[in-house]
Design a protein around this ligand. Structure first.
Ligand SMILES: Nc1ncnc2c1ncn2[C@@H]1O[C@H](COP(=O)(O)OP(=O)(O)OP(=O)(O)O)[C@@H](O)[C@H]1O
Length: 293
């Protein structure tokens, strides 16, 4: 649904995007993660048509997002990081406006608005001007404007920033439902457990490029688990080790005749993955600097 290839965008000497490639399939949620300044928002802005890249291509549903911008934009709903709402208009008026921009009219429009109000727990706020809402409520309204016309591509840039747990959970449930109904979703966040809840595939951005891409399983498979064993014999010290094959280690332990009282295996988390990928790139950078020196 979204295919971006070789996107480059410079601001002065700084490359915000430096050969950024990413594909998002229909029905897929891609969690786009990476340090501050990695290029995530710039990528969203290029796909949205707010920023013109210096090089590269982006296609939305087969349409050239850079040349056929208007037609391509009909296919996407965006919740930008910098909120873009009409503060004097009510929640309902904002939703009507965003729905109308995509061509939704009449009864269908009102049905879609009712659905998204319900999904994002906004019904009680519908007649309030956006300007009087809290930060988290506004962010939820922005997500609603992105979803209201049920576009086939959703770009959600940190949609849960500042959200309380209930809001977060409503938003994640709504995003999952949209993907199950076939939407392609690009979801940026700094809060990695959300991506586990969403069962998202991952794209890790670093210095304007995607340096790792795959399912959570694929990307965490090679990382070690933590194995912790306590023993029935009080004289025997606890065992704690980092291993890529906890099953084999446990079998060896049992074969040795010792009797475990408890066994705990902690699988690698997305935090572990993030740290390991960042560390690998840091090492490579250090080597490159060493060779160049
Ligand atoms: N309008 C702009 N003018 C100048 N530099 C910019 C502009 N927009 C982005 N940049 C620079 O481009 C780089 C990428 O920024 P971007 O906002 O895309 O990162 P990000 O991954 O979204 O970060 P964050 O996690 O903080 O949202 C940064 O170094 C930033 O300073």
């Amino acid at each position: 649904m979204l295919i971006a290839e070789g996107l480059v965008k410079h601001y002065g000497h700084r490359a915000a995007l430096d050969g950024f490639d990413l594909e998002v399939a229909a029905g897929e949620i891609v969690g786009l993660i990476g340090h501050n300044g990695a290029g995530k928002t710039t990528f969203v802005e290029v796909v949205t048509g707010l920023v013109r890249p210096d090089a590269g291509h982006a296609r939305i549903g087969g349409l050239d997002a850079l040349r056929a911008g208007r037609a391509a934009r009909q296919l996407l709903g965006v919740a930008p990081q910098e909120l873009a709402l009409y503060n004097r208009a009510t929640v309902r008026e904002n939703l009507r406006l965003f729905a109308a921009l995509t061509g939704l009219r009449g009864r269908r429009r009102e049905q879609e608005i009712a659905r998204v109000l319900d999904e994002l727990h906004l019904a009680a706020l519908v007649n309030l001007p956006v300007g009087v809402l809290s930060g988290g409520q506004r962010r939820r309204v922005q997500a609603a404007t992105a979803m209201v016309a049920s576009p086939p591509l959703l770009l959600l840039d940190e949609p849960t920033a500042g959200a309380d747990p209930e809001t977060r959970s409503a938003l994640l449930t709504a995003v999952k439902a949209r993907a199950e109904a076939g939407a392609a979703v690009l979801y940026t966040t700094h809060y990695l457990p959300e991506l586990v809840d969403l069962d998202a595939t991952l794209a890790l951005a670093r210095a304007g490029r995607v340096i790792a891409r795959g399912t959570q399983q694929e990307l965490t498979r090679h990382l070690p688990s933590e194995l912790q064993v306590t023993f029935a014999d009080p004289g025997e010290p606890d065992l704690r080790l980092s291993t890529t094959d906890p099953g084999a280690d446990l079998a060896t332990l049992l074969a040795s005749g010792r009797t475990p009282a408890s066994v705990d295996v902690r699988s690698p988390s997305l935090d572990d993955l993030y740290r390991s990928l960042e560390a690998t790139v840091d090492e490579r950078d250090a080597e490159a600097r060493h060779v160049a020196a």
